[in-house]
Design a binder for this molecule. Structure first.
Ligand SMILES: *Cc1c(COP(=O)(O)O)cnc(C)c1O
Length: 437
């Protein structure tokens, strides 16, 4: 955990005791809240090659390239919600009943729930924040994946909730190292957070693996927060199973939302689905509802549109988006796996792929940070370094860019690696490409 600079307010002059009048500082929470991606990216010198147009394979917003757009059904639903004039007022802080009913239907595969088990939030991140803050106190810890989405750390750190990272195993398609997970648990552990399908790995857990995770949670009486924002975001041949559908005993808070699947990240609509079949969460549910009241609920216009959005968006729309992503994944994987010194791991879902770097094969670079920095400088391709996800010597690429762009980016990465590999000149790349294809 990061130590704050000089955060103990008791030892400082306050506004009232200050002799110099105005002396304003942000709170300890604000000062100790950090976004790891932003902090790392700010330390990099990102100067693109002026002769090559920039290709950002770093941006997690799928809408910015224009190749992926929200469904007509989604857009029409929000227009109708506006025009109805019915959704300008406050809703209950957990959300409009009709919207919660629609979510109950939408998540039926997760297990039996009622509208009372749904809390509508301002994006999935706010759902995660509410779950973490309701389950964990200062001084407690929470288990999160490495590599993983840096928001979990951002939400906890400033509050003095310790984040403990359990390893995901690249050689086992990013399954959880269960022994390692178990070794991190102590009497101060409040919950286990899993992210399935995963950002940044694109992995999708099997049924038997989810059952093993549940066993660990059951053994230590720990609830699970399931970040399932990429639910249904799986490529042909894989299947997403909600951990809640397998749980008999372990209470699960599943966090989801419209953001990724419906391609409307700016609409800030997410939800918590409370799965508590054995009624272990009575106090927690009460706490979650109190937390929901802190911001008087989420955007009601989207709530008004939610029943139509969830019900009317056709399967063909989702299939179209997944086709684009899986085609990009396959293309990037094929090109990158032919590059000596890189080890891409084929994703089964979500919108990302992790690529391992045999860093000792590239003597010009000490680590992933230097690697991605020079890749920008020479080839104008920007990928987030693995360090942003607590796993050095990897980089993450996003698969939501147009096909030609991903092809061009991968060919530039190839040229870059060829130039910097320690055996550069000795390897015949065209032969390797043929062998691999
Ligand atoms: C994008 C993302 C979120 C945040 O979703 P919002 O609805 O935009 O808040 C949460 N978790 C993961 C793993 C994500 O990639």
């Amino acid at each position: 955990m990061r130590k704050s600079d000089s955060s103990d307010i008791d030892h400082e002059e306050t506004n009232l005791t200050s002799s110099s009048g105005w002396k304003l500082r942000s709170s300890k929470l604000a000062r100790n809240t950090h976004n790891r991606i932003r902090e790392i990216v700010e330390t990099l010198k990102l100067e693109p090659n002026p002769d090559k147009p920039m290709i950002p394979l770093s941006i997690g917003d799928p809408t910015i390239f224009g190749n992926l757009v929200a469904a007509d059904e989604t857009i029409n639903a929000i227009k109708r919600a506006i025009e109805s004039g019915k959704y300008n007022g406050y809703a209950a802080s957990t959300g409009h009943e009709e919207a919660r009913k629609a979510i109950v239907k939408y998540v039926a595969h997760q297990g039996p729930v009622t509208p009372n088990d749904i809390i509508i939030c301002s994006g999935c991140s706010s759902a995660l924040e509410m779950c973490i803050l309701t389950l964990a106190d200062v001084g407690q810890n929470i288990l999160v994946p490495r590599p993983g989405f840096c928001l979990y750390n951002t939400l906890c750190e400033g509050l003095g909730i310790e984040v403990r990272y359990y390893n995901l195993l690249p050689e086992k398609e990013w399954e959880v190292d269960l022994e390692h997970m178990e070794s991190l648990i102590d009497t101060h552990t409040s919950c286990i957070l899993i992210n399935n399908p995963s950002n940044p790995c694109g992995s999708v857990f099997s049924k038997s693996h989810l059952q093993k995770i549940l066993k660990v949670a059951e053994k230590y009486f720990l609830p699970i927060i399931a970040d399932e924002i990429y639910e249904h975001f799986v490529f042909t041949g894989s299947k997403h199973i909600s951990i809640s559908s397998l749980s008999k005993d372990v209470p699960i808070l599943s966090c989801g939302g419209l953001t990724k699947r419906f391609l409307v990240p700016g609409w800030r609509t997410g939800w918590i689905v409370i799965h508590d079949r054995e009624h272990r969460l009575k106090d927690v549910i009460c706490g979650l509802k109190q937390m929901a009241a802190r911001i008087l609920g989420s955007n009601t216009l989207v709530q008004g549109a939610l029943p139509e959005i969830l019900c009317n968006t056709p399967q063909s729309y989702f299939d179209g988006v997944l086709d684009i992503l899986s085609q990009n994944a396959k293309c990037a994987f094929d090109v990158l796996k032919a590059i000596v010194g890189l080890n891409p791991i084929l994703p089964k879902g979500a919108m990302y792929m992790m690529v391992g770097i045999d860093i000792d094969d590239f003597p010009s670079f000490k680590n992933d940070l230097e690697f991605v920095q020079d890749l920008v400088h020479e080839q104008s391709v920007f990928c987030l370094p693995g360090s942003c996800f607590e796993l050095p010597n990897y980089f993450r690429i996003v698969l939501t860019v147009p096909y030609e762009m991903i092809l061009e980016a991968c060919s530039r990465i190839s040229e870059f690696c060829e130039k910097h590999h320690k055996n550069s000149g000795l390897i015949n790349y065209s032969v390797i490409q043929q062998i691999n294809s």
